[in-house]
Design a protein around this ligand. Structure first.
Ligand SMILES: Cc1cc2nc3c(=O)[nH]c(=O)nc-3n(C[C@H](O)[C@H](O)[C@H](O)COP(=O)(O)OP(=O)(O)OC[C@H]3O[C@@H](n4cnc5c(N)ncnc54)[C@H](O)[C@@H]3O)c2cc1C
Length: 437
């Protein structure tokens, strides 16, 4: 059941762990047995997804539980458009699982490498003024709890726990399955354009309202942004995918291959970064296509980077982006990676970064071979000034005391943690920092 552990690193290569043991259960009973055995050995337990969190939230010093064996479709409720899938299911598996039932995820983030349990546990989100993050799409979960037992939480079973367990930071138990509220399959028209930064900031609120899914990328040291405006269409709308050569040129060669090379040049020759960024905005982001929704939402990211992302009240976004622009200019930094700006609807999950407010998301990145600390600290200070809440899976420097002030239901979440995991079987250093001991 338990095999000797191996060194683990996250995708961003900023966190690592040396688990004592690793477990790869293939049934819910085995997950229960793993938790019971870990307790006998007095070792903490941590489920790991795809390791795509930039924080140490998934670091497992004791027993690391890899749920890849608990994936796939378990149940379909066609009438209510709900599916139950294993917690270890990767997002990239979903289109093939949902399409035969005429269903799709309501919204997705930028990539599909994550597991459903990992993505929802950290509050992963996409963009869209009327759309909530992935965890808000969950309607029920099954957890293996700290005593090795099974707890079902749904609208009719232990419903009071739903706002906590749908976005639980991995602190409340191991999600062995989740039930997703899907929507009828749909296609999407994507329009990607370079536009002036000043215009896009002035019109940000209106653009978010007018489009189904609006976002933009601003390359520092330039005056223009790449906007993405996606419009939902019926599933049988005529598709107009990009040709294979164009897809390869844009997504593999330009977005990943050339970008990797320019980031590497920027690392050794920072003064070249502004010119490289100006070139990047000219060469990318001018295209239009229509495909099934999942193919439009998600792209590939092969250039490794580190990221910090904050949610702030949506109306504060233009001001905050202008502030980051001034900060970069004042400090004389050379930043090769774009700033990504998105939006989401308010939700009611206790630890959601969009809890109770229509949110704008501002994400800053640095190439993984560069030091991100000074830049991220300064941007964090600025965004905290807008009542910012950091993404749980992305780098930030907050702790339980500072985070509690931003979440009206933080205390309720801690009470659920005390109830479900009084002995802190699922704790790690990151959770101790952000939730307390
Ligand atoms: C290239 C890249 C692009 C990204 N794009 C976006 C984006 O567009 N939007 C966004 O919001 N975020 C984005 N992220 C962040 C990412 O979605 C989150 O960090 C997510 O948590 C990663 O999922 P994972 O499966 O890798 O989980 P991990 O990082 O492996 O784990 C995350 C947390 O989930 C817990 N967990 C995992 N499985 C279980 C389980 N079965 N039961 C209970 N807890 C569990 C872990 O213990 C840990 O606490 C991106 C990250 C990268 C690297």
């Amino acid at each position: 059941m338990l095999q000797p552990g191996r060194r683990w690193q996250n995708w961003g290569r900023v966190e690592a762990a040396e688990p004592v043991y690793i477990a790869r259960p293939t049934s819910v009973d085995e997950v229960c047995a793993v938790v019971q055995r870990a307790r006998e050995l007095d070792l903490p337990v941590k489920a790991v997804g795809a390791g795509h969190s930039f924080t140490a939230i998934a670091a497992a010093p004791g027993v690391q539980v890899d749920l890849a064996g608990l994936d796939g479709l378990l149940e379909v409720d066609s009438e209510r458009r709900r599916v139950t899938i294993g917690g270890g299911t990767n997002l990239y598996q979903l289109p093939a699982l949902l399409a035969p039932h005429g269903l799709a995820m309501e919204n997705l983030g930028d990539i599909d490498r994550q597991t459903i349990a990992g993505a929802t546990s950290t509050g992963t989100h996409g963009t869209g003024g009327a759309f909530r993050g992935l965890a808000a799409q969950l309607v029920a979960v099954t957890l293996v709890t700290a005593d090795g037992g099974i707890l079902r939480v749904s609208e009719t079973e232990n419903a009071e726990l739903l706002p906590a367990v749908r976005l639980g930071l991995g602190a409340l138990g191991i999600l062995v399955d989740v039930t997703i509220q899907c929507v009828p399959a749909f296609a999407m028209h994507a329009l990607e354009r370079p536009e002036p930064l000043a215009d896009v900031l002035d019109g940000f609120g209106a653009r978010v309202e007018a489009a189904d899914h609006f976002e933009f990328y601003w390359f520092p040291h330039t005056d223009s942004v790449l906007t993405k405006t996606n419009t939902r269409l019926p599933a049988d709308a005529p598709l107009a995918p990009l040709g294979a050569v164009r897809t390869w040129f844009d997504d593999t060669f330009m977005a990943n291959g050339v970008f990797e090379a320019t980031c590497a040049i920027g690392t050794v020759l920072p003064p070249a970064v502004p010119a490289i960024n100006r070139l990047a905005t000219r060469l990318t982001g001018n295209r239009e296509f229509t495909e099934q929704s999942a193919s439009v939402f998600t792209t590939q990211r092969s250039v490794r980077f580190r990221e910090m992302e904050y949610a702030i009240p949506r109306e504060a976004v233009p001001d905050a982006v202008r502030g980051i622009r001034s900060l970069i200019a004042d400090r004389g930094w050379r930043i090769s990676f774009p700033i990504e700006v998105r939006a989401a609807a308010a939700d009611d999950l206790w630890l959601s970064t969009a809890h109770g407010r229509a949110s704008g998301y501002i994400a800053v990145h640095r190439y993984w071979r560069e030091n991100h600390l000074e830049y991220f600290h300064a941007v964090e200070d600025l965004l905290r000034g807008y009542e910012g809440r950091p993404h749980w899976g992305k780098i930030h420097f907050q702790d339980a005391a500072s985070l509690a002030a931003g979440y009206p239901r933080f205390g309720d979440f801690l009470a659920v943690r005390d109830r479900l995991d009084p002995d802190r079987v699922f704790a790690n250093t990151y959770l101790e920092r952000v939730l307390g001991p």
